[in-house]
Write a protein of this length. Structure first.
Length: 334
C-alpha cells in the first residue's frame, strides 16, 4: 500500500518525473447499461499495450455517477486486477514491461473522499486524483484543509474540472497552497479562463439555412448586429458521403434562432479553447518552452497547436511531444 509517494518503487517515481501518458479510463456498459466486465478488461489491456504509463480510473466523464449505483469499488478493483494480471502475462512471455501508475478518482466531501482514498490505497493504487466539485461554497482555507486530510491517506493529483461541467472556480492562491502539500505528486492542468461555451444543435430544420437551396453550402455562416457571436450551420449531408441522399440533416453552432421543436434531434454544450491574439502569443511561448534543453514537463492539447482547437489539434500536439521526447532519447543514447 502507498500512503506516501516515497513508498513508491523507485522506477515508478522515476516514470512520473520523467513524464508519461496516463489516460482517463472510460466505462464500458452493456445494452442494459450495466458494467460490461469483458470489454472493461479489454480497455485496460488496450491502454497497457498502447504504451500508457498509467491508468486514471473513476475520473472519466463516463464514470462520474458510478458511486451512485455501487460501482466505484468494482470498477477500481477490476482495473487494478486486470492491469496486474496483464502485466504478469506480458512479463512471463518475455515482453518488455514498464511500470504502471494507477490513479483513482476521489470525490465528495472530506469524509467520502478520505474513505475513497483508503479504498483505493487498499486496492493498490499509487495516488488519487481529487475532484473538488462537491466542495461548492468552501473557502480556500477549507479547500486546502480538505486536500490535506485526503493527502494523509494517499498521494494526490490535483484536478481542475471546468465550471461548465460542474467544477468550481479555484484561484491561484489555492493552487499555490495545494502544490505546497508534501504528498501532492502532480496536477492535471487546464488553461484557466481560456475557454468559451458553445451551444450545438443537431436538427432537420432548413429554416436555419439560406433561403434558397441553391445557396446552401457545407458550412453556412450568419451574422447579426443583435448577436455577439456568429451562427454557423453545417450541412451534414454535404460532408458525410453516406448521407448524401438522405433527408437534410444540420448541425448549428451558437444558434441565433431556435430550430422548430419537431426538427430538433439533440442538443449539447461544449467548452472550446479561445483563439485570439493572446492565445497565439501563448502558443509561441509554449513552443519556446518545449525547445528548452533538458525539458522534463511537456504540455499537449487542442490549445497547443495553431488553428482551430479541435480533437485533431490535440492529437497533432501529442504527436509533436512524442517526437520531441523520442529525438532527445535517441540523441542521449548515442
Amino acid at each position: 500500500m502507498f500512503a506516501h509517494w516515497s513508498d513508491w518503487p523507485a522506477e515508478t517515481l522515476a516514470l512520473l518525473r520523467r513524464g508519461t501518458v496516463i489516460p482517463a479510463h472510460p466505462l464500458a456498459l452493456d445494452a442494459q447499461r450495466g458494467l460490461d466486465v469483458r470489454h472493461q478488461r479489454a480497455l485496460t489491456r488496450y491502454y497497457i499495450d498502447a504504451g500508457a504509463g498509467g491508468l486514471a480510473v473513476g475520473v472519466h466523464s463516463t464514470q462520474f455517477a458510478i458511486r451512485e449505483v455501487g460501482l466505484y469499488e468494482p470498477v477500481l478493483k477490476l482495473a487494478a486486477e486486470t492491469a496486474r494480471d496483464w502485466l504478469a502475462q506480458r512479463l512471463a512471455s518475455g515482453a518488455a514491461v514498464q511500470p504502471l501508475l494507477l490513479i483513482a478518482g476521489l470525490a465528495g466531501r472530506t469524509a467520502q473522499a478520505v474513505a475513497e482514498a483508503r479504498m483505493a490505497q487498499a486496492l493498490g493504487y499509487h495516488a488519487g486524483m481529487l475532484s473538488l466539485a462537491e466542495m461548492k461554497g468552501a473557502s480556500v482555507d477549507e479547500l486546502v484543509a480538505h486536500c490535506q486530510a485526503v493527502a494523509e491517506v494517499v498521494p494526490l493529483v490535483g484536478f481542475y474540472l471546468q465550471t461548465a461541467v460542474g467544477g468550481i472556480a479555484l484561484p491561484s492562491d489555492f493552487w499555490r497552497r495545494f502544490a505546497a502539500i508534501d504528498n501532492v505528486v502532480a496536477i492535471k492542468m487546464a488553461p484557466f479562463d481560456r475557454y468559451r461555451t458553445l451551444d450545438v444543435v443537431m436538427h432537420a430544420d432548413p429554416a436555419l439555412m439560406p433561403a434558397h437551396r441553391r445557396d446552401w453550402s457545407a458550412v453556412n455562416a450568419r451574422v447579426s448586429p443583435a448577436h455577439e457571436r456568429p451562427e454557423s450551420t453545417i450541412w451534414i449531408n454535404a460532408v458525410q458521403p453516406a448521407l448524401r441522399h438522405a433527408a437534410p440533416l444540420f448541425q448549428t453552432v451558437q444558434p441565433q434562432r431556435a430550430p422548430r421543436d419537431e426538427h430538433v434531434i439533440a442538443t449539447a454544450r461544449f467548452e472550446r479553447p479561445m483563439v485570439d491574439t493572446a492565445s497565439q502569443h501563448a502558443l509561441v511561448a509554449l513552443q519556446a518552452l518545449a525547445a528548452q534543453p533538458g525539458r522534463r514537463v511537456w504540455l499537449c492539447g487542442s490549445y497547443a497547436q495553431a488553428g482551430v482547437p479541435l480533437l485533431e489539434s490535440a492529437v497533432r500536439s501529442a504527436h509533436d511531444v512524442a517526437a520531441a521526447i523520442d529525438s532527445r532519447v535517441t540523441a542521449s543514447s548515442r
